[in-house]
Structures are given as structure tokens and as C-alpha cells.
Design a protein around this ligand. Structure first.
Ligand code: ZN
Length: 513
């Protein structure tokens, strides 16, 4: 019997070789993910040093394997064959995506990569101490080192329009600084009048039902019941406690969700859980048949965040969903919710208040936090802003955008871990996620007109299936610009997000639109 009718034997063996090589790299990466999950959920503190060594070895071996000449030869030998297949096909996509990743990874010398990892680890340790003491000066040398290494990283690439492009590309492939800059400034300028309008309306939204002591055991049970009600396949997830919540997948059918709980605020147990479950639903829908090659990756971090935000905010803070979970909340916290109706819960879930801390920000002001971080990063890499002047620049922007005075650097420039770990180019993906979620929501409402009543009835599978069919199942087959084009027929557009936020909060705060 012939091997396959349309795949000649030499191609079949080259393909098997490529899949073997990529499969090993993937196994190493997934194993590292499991160790990282364990480090942040289960590991006793005494394991820290050995775990750092184990993770660093796995990362180094995976990188060496992937960037080897062997992978390059296997890819090269298949390019002509791949290009003879349609662009969307498994064959063409596998070779195209793996080639792009391989070519990019090869440009960065192993030594520079090791230096960046090392500096990131030192930077994070220094940052923890500096933040606790609110001492920016102690952190500054580590920040400067991270920036210097990123400049060397940028110099590994050529043909970009802006020095920030290669940084952005790590999280949002093919995104351009100029385009993202336009999106974020349109968003910022569109949101500022809404934020002022809400401030002028006064503190008219009562969120007291979310505050008050709820035993952690009850909150954990609530978290578990919330995830169980969301459309992640049974037996394919678990939920554990951590300090900084995240979601990670060991494979599309092994999703690890984490959350934290606050004794006096049940909101974290609700929306942080739904947010991470949104990331998990995306990972759960990635093409399992490609789980050992790069086609099983998400499109980008922006797309990932579009999924978590959609479940957290569009579904999780909407009237139909909140009505459906009110009985669960009454079980978990009878005192707080016994006399609260769905409308009161909706209002509490959507209270807007400018705050100093990004991770505590509401849906409206959140994007202003992101816009200012992006602007500061770009100014640093354009050599317009010296790292030493960051606190001053930070505080001025918080005052300008949010009308708040920053009392100390711990609640200002030192609040996020990203720069300590050298992750420049990451922040904008949070807002891109919101923009994409709004664009998708508009289209989904057009295609599932009874979505709201389905959600109210607890029927979330139709939404999940739409997302799977149109986005998740493609994995990393398309770049972010290609995916946006496929999903919306155009490019990134802030109008749907601005319209949806203005409508929702205009009604809540009684604003004259
Ligand atoms: Zn997220």
C-alpha cells in the first residue's frame, strides 16, 4: 500500500522528522509550564532555588533544540512542498509559522538571551524589595540594565520602522508601534470625557454588597462553582490559589486556572476567576491535534486578553450573567446578598472609580493606565525619557489622565512587575484585548441575536462554540492583522469599544450622551 496518495515518500519522511523535532521542543516547553505552575501554586518556598535551575535548563535546551540547524534543514526541505498547498492548509501553515518562529529565534545570540533572563531575575528580586520600601533609586540600576539589554535585543533585528517594533512583536506579532500608538491615543482621548462625566455624576453607584467578610472556604467553593458553570470541558481544568493569578495550559485538555481570594472583598473571587477561565477557554479550544507544534499557540497576547476580558466584562459583568449567578452568591455569602437583587448586583459590579493601581482599575479607567505605560515605554526607547526621570513622568501622567496625586512610588511607578522582568511591549496588549473583544462582541451579537437570553439561561456553549469555530480552532495559523481582518473585515478599531462603554456607563451614571 502506498504511504499516502498525495505525499511522496521523501516528503513524508521529512515531515515526520520536522514533527519529531517540533514535538520535542513543545514537550520541553509544556514541561516547563507545569514546573512554573507548580512553583506558583504548590511548591514549598524551599524549592525556589532548585526550581529556577530546572526552569533555566529546560528553557536553554528547548531554545537550542528549536534554533538548531537540524530544524532549519527540515523546514527548508519542506518549503517548496508547503507553498504548493493553500495558505490556510495545515501543511502550508505549519511550515510558515515554524519558519517565522525559527528565523526570529535564531537572530538573538544565546549569550544575550541568557543575560536577559539573568537580569530579569535579578530585576524582579530587586523590585520586590524596592516596592516594599517604595524606593525607586534602589531599583533604578536594575531597570537601566534591563533597558540596555533590550536595546541590544532590538539591534538583532532589521527592517523595522520604530525601535519599539521588535519589542511589541514578541507579544503581538507584526503589530507596529505607529498603529498601536494611534489605537491607544484614540482610546485615551475617547475615554477621558467619559471618565470626567462619571466623576461629575458623583459616587452614585453602591458596591457595598461586594465588601464584607466572606470565609475563604466559601469563596473557594464559589470559584469552583463559577468555573463549573463556564464552558470549559469537564475533567480538563483545575482551579488553585496563588498570589498573582494566571492561567496556563499543559495541553488543550489540561487547563490550570489560578486565582486569589480576599477576605473582605468577594469581587476578586468572582471576576478574577472568570477572567482566568476566559484565558482557559481559549487554551481549551486550541487545536489539540497540533498540540506538539506551533499551530497550537494562540494568535497573540492581545487576542488572549480579548478572550479573558470578554468573559470577565462583556459576559461576567453583564445583567444576564449576573442574574444567573445570584443564587450562587447567596449561597456563598447569605448576609451580603440575601436582599440584593440582580439590578443592584449589576450596579455594584460596574462601579467606576479612578484609582492608582492598574490591576484594581475598573473597565473604563483601565485603558488609561495602559495608555500611559505604553507612552512612557515608547519615550524611553525613543531616547526622549531617561529611566531616572520615570517617577516624575509617571506622576504627571496619572494626575493628567486620572486626576490623582501619586503619594509614593510603590503605588506609582513601582507597582507592576513587567519592567522589573524586562517585559517592554507587553502592556499595550491589555488594551488591544479590550478593543478586539468589543469588535468581536459586535459581530457575535449580529450572528447570535438571542445571545443575551441564552446567557441569562446559563447557556454559554453557543458563545464558546462561536469563538472556537471562528478563532480558537485556528491556533496561530494567522497573524493578528490577518485574524482581525478575517473576523471583522477590517483592522483594529476603537469605535465599538468606545460606543459600548459610553452606552453602558452613560446609562449607569445617567450621563447625557
Ligand atoms: Zn489576562
Amino acid at each position: 500500500m502506498p504511504l499516502e496518495t498525495d505525499t511522496p515518500p521523501p516528503v513524508a519522511s521529512k515531515l515526520a522528522e520536522l514533527q519529531r523535532l517540533l514535538g520535542e521542543v513543545s514537550d520541553l516547553g509544556r514541561s516547563a509550564a507545569l514546573l512554573a505552575w507548580d512553583e506558583r501554586t504548590m511548591m514549598p518556598p524551599g524549592g525556589a532555588q532548585a526550581r529556577a535551575e530546572q526552569l533555566s535548563t529546560l528553557a536553554r535546551v528547548a531554545h537550542e533544540r528549536f534554533t538548531s540547524n537540524e530544524v532549519g534543514r527540515a523546514l527548508d526541505g519542506l518549503r517548496e512542498w508547503a507553498e504548493s498547498h493553500p495558505y490556510e492548509s495545515d501543511e502550508a501553515s505549519l511550515v510558515r509559522v515554524a519558519w517565522r518562529d525559527w528565523e526570529k529565534a535564531r537572530r538573538v545570540p544565546a549569550e544575550l538571551r541568557a543575560e536577559m533572563t539573568h537580569a530579569a531575575s535579578l530585576g524582579q528580586q530587586a523590585w520586590e524589595g524596592a516596592r516594599a520600601e517604595s524606593d525607586f533609586t534602589a531599583f533604578l540600576p536594575f531597570l537601566e540594565r534591563n533597558i540596555e539589554l533590550r536595546r541590544r535585543y532590538i539591534s538583532c533585528f532589521e527592517g523595522f520602522d520604530h525601535p519599539y517594533d521588535p519589542l511589541l512583536d514578541d507579544f503581538e506579532p507584526e503589530a507596529k508601534t505607529a498603529e498601536v500608538g494611534v489605537v491607544l491615543s484614540e482610546l485615551r482621548d475617547g475615554l477621558r470625557p467619559l471618565v470626567s462625566g462619571i466623576a461629575a455624576a458623583g459616587d452614585i453607584v453602591d458596591s457595598s454588597c461586594l465588601h464584607g467578610e466572606v470565609p475563604l472556604a466559601e469563596q473557594r467553593e464559589l470559584g469552583r462553582r463559577l468555573v463549573a458553570g463556564l464552558p470549559i470541558d469537564d475533567d480538563e481544568w483545575r482551579l488553585d490559589s496563588t498570589v498573582h493569578p494566571f492561567a496556563i495550559s499543559i495541553s488543550p485538555s489540561d487547563i490550570r486556572l489560578t486565582t486569589r481570594y480576599e477576605e473582605n472583598y468577594i469581587g476578586t473571587a468572582i471576576w478574577s476567576v472568570i477572567h482566568e477561565a476566559g484565558h482557559g477557554i481559549y487554551e481549551n479550544g486550541l487545536p489539540n491535534e497540533h498540540r506538539r507544534n506551533p499551530l497550537c499557540d494562540p494568535v497573540s497576547l492581545g487576542f488572549h486578553e480579548s478572550q479573558s476580558r470578554m468573559w470577565e466584562n462583556w459576559v461576567g459583568r453583564g445583567r444576564p450573567y449576573l442574574r444567573s449567578i445570584l443564587p450562587l452568591l447567596r449561597d456563598a455569602a447569605p448576609t451580603q446578598f440575601a436582599n440584593v437583587d440582580a439590578e443592584q448586583l449589576y450596579r455594584a459590579a460596574n462601579r467606576v472609580e479612578p484609582s492608582l493601581i492598574r490591576v484594581e482599575a475598573d473597565e473604563v479607567t483601565y485603558n488609561l493606565h495602559v495608555a500611559m505605560r505604553f507612552e512612557l515605554e515608547v519615550e524611553i526607547f525613543e531616547d526622549q525619557l531617561s529611566p531616572a526621570d520615570l517617577p516624575e513622568a509617571w506622576n504627571a501622567r496619572v494626575e493628567d489622565y486620572l486626576g490623582l496625586e501619586v503619594p509614593d512610588d510603590a503605588s506609582g511607578v513601582l507597582q507592576d512587575v513587567h519592567w522589573a522582568g524586562g517585559s517592554f511591549g507587553y502592556f499595550p496588549t491589555y488594551s488591544l484585548g479590550n478593543v478586539i473583544a468589543a469588535q468581536l462582541w459586535e459581530r457575535i451579537l449580529g450572528e447570535i441575536p438571542d445571545l443575551e437570553s441564552l446567557i441569562a439561561a446559563g447557556e454559554l456553549v453557543p458563545l464558546r462554540d462561536w469563538l472556537r469555530e471562528n478563532l480558537h480552532a485556528y491556533g496561530a495559523r494567522f497573524t493578528p492583522p490577518e485574524m482581525i481582518e478575517r473576523l471583522t473585515g477590517g483592522g483594529l478599531d476603537v469605535a465599538p469599544l468606545l460606543d459600548q462603554l459610553s452606552a453602558k456607563y452613560g446609562e449607569l451614571y445617567g450621563l447625557d450622551r
